[in-house]
Ligand binder design. Structure first.
Ligand code: NAD
Length: 379
């Protein structure tokens, strides 16, 4: 079984799918591992480190893809890369199946088994393979550091001979994986933190991190499947916006992380709310790539809106490439072990982890949500 580890070719992508430490474990289990030359450069792992772990280094990318039985990657492969994979081979990666349905169609046309890590169920059994969550935690941490660097104020309270400095007020909207890590990080930096979410189930988690939970009593069920949220009604949205507005205007930093999987990000922070913030305040919009939770957000850019700095951040895990890669490696290698039996792929579709993550096999698209995403494309 030939396992190939790709070099990421997307601009600004510094992560690698498997770090040398985990390569050594795969090799120990009798798998042959080939790593594209320079794959670990963005996170400071040399070719030599991979060789010492027992991998072969390939300088011929096309040949490596052609020989691969299983290809491990971080970002969805591009068409120019996919064309080199042989029919019957397997790709395990983020595949963005709802955002890139054409890629999924191509995988199925090429009879490649596609496993999308985004589709991993959020269950305790699958927790160690949940790369979306591990990377969201990295993003939540990094969002706070970026906010602290952009804010022309201190985060902690300081008592100095030059006077007492009040701590910054941070408001985190959306207390899922990224939001909770943002709350924890802002607390560690000494800020006063408030957290809001439409799912009341997260109240205790927010409070246990030392933050205040902002409650809005909604008369509807907001919890969807697998620990994710459901989209809320228009009236519930209006109610939450009134409450959000009150807290945004007194915050020095707002970090937005609200999402409902497969939907455009809900617009929660309006331009009127921003206009009421103190000039110099900072908003970090983690949902920028899904359309943004905040008016004026531009994905991948920093803009000024009424004197407030709005960071439309993209791919923050790549900025913490060493630890993000270590965490991703652990997730993807645990998943790989899960798929293998006696060194061969063992696809038992009665298993919810395999059946949720496998988006293409034997020339078919398996996932109904992905099939629906393809309808407008094919039309
Ligand atoms: P998550 O599903 O764990 O958390 C999202 C939270 O938003 C949930 O707790 C949900 O209840 C809440 N929510 C949904 N609708 C809401 C509303 N109207 N008001 C308030 N809260 C609401 O997701 P996550 O893994 O924490 O990711 C959060 C966001 O960060 C996503 O948009 C994700 O794509 C993005 N993200 C960005 C980066 C980056 O580098 N920019 C990296 C990772 C994740």
């Amino acid at each position: 079984m030939q396992i190939a580890i790709a070099k990421e070719i997307e601009l600004e992508e510094r992560r690698v799918a498997v770090v040398p430490e985990l390569v050594a474990k795969l090799v120990k289990q009798g798998l042959q591992v080939t790593v594209a030359s320079g794959a670990g450069e963005g996170c400071y792992y040399s070719n030599q480190a991979y060789t010492e772990a027992g991998a072969t280094i390939s300088t011929d990318t096309i040949q490596m893809w052609q020989n691969a039985d299983i290809l491990l990657k971080v970002r969805p492969p591009q068409s120019s890369e996919l064309q080199h994979l042989k029919p019957g081979s397997t790709v395990i990666s983020f595949l963005d199946p709802l955002g890139k349905p054409q890629l999924i169609q191509e995988l199925s046309q090429r009879r490649i088994n596609g496993f999308s890590l985004e589709m991993m169920p959020r269950t305790s059994r699958a927790q160690s393979m949940d790369a979306l969550s591990s990377q969201a935690a990295v993003a939540g941490y990094q969002a706070v550091l970026l906010a602290a660097a952009a804010l022309p104020r201190f985060f902690p309270m300081l008592t100095t001979a030059a006077g007492t400095i009040k701590p910054a007020k941070v408001f985190v909207i959306g207390a899922g994986v990224a939001g909770l890590q943002a709350i924890a990080t802002a607390r560690r930096l000494g800020a006063i933190v408030e957290g809001f979410d439409i799912r009341p189930a997260v109240k205790e988690e927010v409070q246990s991190l030392g933050a205040k939970f902002i409650e809005v009593p909604l008369q509807e069920d907001t919890a969807g499947a697998n620990g994710y949220a459901k989209e809320i009604s228009r009236s519930a949205q209006e109610l939450t916006q009134q409450v959000i507005g009150e807290h945004v205007k007194t915050a020095d930093v707002v970090i937005t992380t609200a999402q409902v999987p497969g939907k455009k990000a809900p617009l929660l922070v309006t331009e009127e709310m921003i206009a009421q913030m103190q000039p110099g305040s900072v908003i970090v919009d983690l949902a920028a790539e899904q359309g943004g939770n905040c008016a004026g957000t531009q994905a991948g850019r920093t803009v000024q809106v009424h004197g407030v700095t709005v960071l439309g951040v993209a791919n923050l895990p790549s900025e913490v490439s060493v630890h993000a890669s270590q965490m991703y490696s652990k997730n993807i290698c645990t998943f790989l072990q899960y798929l293998l039996k006696d060194g061969q792929l063992n696809l038992d579709f009665t298993d919810d982890i395999i059946s949720s993550t496998c988006v293409t096999t034997g020339g078919e698209i398996r996932n109904d949500r992905v099939k629906s995403a393809l309808i407008p494309v094919n039309a």
